[in-house]
Design a protein around this ligand. Structure first.
Ligand SMILES: N=c1c2ncn([C@@H]3O[C@H](COP(=O)(O)OP(=O)(O)OP(=O)(O)O)[C@@H](O)[C@H]3O)c2ncn1[C@@H]1O[C@H](COP(=O)(O)O)[C@@H](O)[C@H]1O
Length: 91
């Protein structure tokens, strides 16, 4: 599932379809700073949701965070394999 989402992100980066939120992140319309800001905001929202024991909100914000993290990895020319390799090293 993460691989499917990452493939969509990579496809948006390649084709830049109009009207796509992901496209707006890969262009000057929003750009890398917007992705970094979102990650910061969502990290805070994750912490608050956890503190409030709000599972629904926690899942919502975690999903937002993961999506923006995949966009950032793609922006940096990285992939899920880089993440997997790092996690594997820790086993
Ligand atoms: N997973 C996501 C995804 N998660 C979050 N977002 C967008 O991220 C934006 C910013 O999130 P915010 O937290 O500011 O927005 P919010 O949820 O309204 O605000 P809060 O409630 O969190 O405060 C919103 O416009 C969301 O729509 C996403 N946009 C796209 N995707 C995936 O990417 C695919 C391609 O999307 P497009 O590029 O738009 O075609 C989609 O089919 C989805 O699978």
């Amino acid at each position: 599932m993460l691989d499917d989402l990452f493939a969509v992100v990579e496809e948006r980066k390649e084709t830049l379809p109009e009207g796509s939120y992901t496209t707006s992140l890969f262009t000057h319309e929003k750009g890398e700073n917007a992705v970094l800001e979102k990650l910061g905001e969502e990290a805070t929202e994750i912490v608050l949701a956890a503190k409030d024991d709000d599972d629904e909100e926690l899942a919502h914000e975690a999903a937002d965070f993961v999506y923006h993290l995949l966009v950032l990895l793609s922006m940096k020319g990285m992939s899920l394999d880089d993440l997997r390799a790092e996690l594997e090293e820790r086993r």
